[in-house]
Design a protein. Structure first.
Length: 367
């Protein structure tokens, strides 16, 4: 045997001995791995049981609504000011009080006008007597028609001058143009006032207006006489108030693509004041025999909407198509039917095929 052959035989013997030593360990490792792989279930979720609440679907009526932000406005509002200039001599109103239409609120100095009126009124009797005498003489052909017409013209001019002074006197008085609440006083007695001087603001808040805007897409849903609901925080509690639309803008705003709308609420107790922001709800109609699910039961997933059904004790995902939304529910237009049992709690923990235990099962009341 050559030297090269002897080296080959020696190497083969070494490899054989090493293999015999390592074989039991390798076999044990392979067996353990095989057993471990057999112990791991294909779907871990299938071995877990989750306690959930469920609901049996039934038809319900849904209101299709749109909500926008509006504001309360006085029914009427005006800045009160005198029609002429002069020194304010009297103020007759109390700030924040109710006043009636025509009620005298303030006066400016009218003494020169009163004196002028007195002077003119003193001439009435004399001018009237002249007309009477000239008429008597005219009937007797003692004076000409021209002489008679001259004295009648003088009399008419005198009466016109008196009417003008009375009109100027009326402009020295500030009166309420309508029933309302007068605001804070901006001037004091003794101050000089002109037509540009605001004495106070007068508002009427019963009824009160609500102004809001809606998308041009909903323009046909709101018209004169439509009912809207606005909400306000009253003593820490949100309350709903029903108002009636009385006017709609004639064209869409080109910048916002919205339509301005105004409604009225009686506000008999004047508890609602102008200038408050309020959400306004417009009911676009009702959908009867609708399938709707609680909003929290719907899971958005990769551009799809998923809900879990209860079938044979397990959770089964179902893709759905949504419609309109309400405060608590969303309409399902495709994917569910009346009588389906949906899972409504713990939905984010659910997995396909997971075993579930229903703790509370309710039936959709349809409200």
């Amino acid at each position: 045997m050559t030297k090269k052959a002897r080296w080959g035989v020696s190497a083969a013997i070494v490899l054989l001995v090493a293999g015999m030593i390592a074989f039991p360990k390798v076999k044990k490792s392979v067996t353990a791995s095989k057993n471990a792989s057999q112990d791991i279930p294909a779907n871990p979720a299938a071995k877990r049981t989750l306690s959930v609440n469920a609901e049996i679907l039934d038809y319900r009526t849904l209101s299709d609504k749109t909500v926008s932000l509006g504001s309360t406005m006085p029914d009427e509002e005006v800045d009160l000011s005198f029609e002429s200039s002069g020194k304010i001599t009297d103020i007759f109103f109390t700030e924040g009080s109710h006043v009636k239409a025509g009620q005298l609120l303030a006066k400016i100095n009218d003494r020169p006008l009163q004196a002028q009126l007195k002077k003119l009124e003193a001439q009435i009797q004399l001018a009237s007597d002249r007309v009477y005498r000239q008429k008597t003489l005219l009937e007797k052909d003692a004076v000409s028609q021209e002489a008679y017409e001259q004295v009648t013209t003088e009399y008419d001019k005198l009466m016109a001058d008196i009417d003008l002074v009375k009109a100027n006197l009326a402009q020295t008085e500030l009166r309420a143009p309508f029933d309302g609440i007068i605001g804070l006083r901006m001037v004091s007695e003794g101050a000089y006032a002109s037509p540009s001087t605001v004495v106070a603001k007068l508002t009427r808040i019963s009824p009160i207006k609500i102004e809001f805007s809606i998308s041009e897409n909903y323009a046909s849903d709101v018209k004169k006489g439509s009912q809207v609901i606005f909400r306000m925080d009253t003593d820490g509690v949100m309350k709903d108030y029903k108002a009636t639309v009385y006017a709609v803008e004639s064209m869409v705003d080109l910048d916002t693509r919205t339509l301005k709308v105004r409604a009225r609420y009686p506000n008999s107790d004047e508890s609602i004041i102008p200038g408050r922001y309020v959400p306004v709800e417009v009911n676009r109609g009702q959908i009867t025999d609708a399938i709707a699910v609680p909003s929290e039961a719907v899971i958005p997933e990769m551009g799809r909407q998923i809900i879990y059904l209860y079938k044979n004790g397990t959770a089964v995902p179902q893709e759905i198509t949504l419609g309109i939304r309400t405060d608590s529910h969303v309409q399902v237009v495709r994917g569910l039917e009346k009588g389906d049992t949906i899972l409504v709690s713990g939905v984010m923990q659910l997995r396909t095929g997971m075993k579930v235990n229903i703790e509370n099962l309710t039936k959709d009341s349809g409200n």
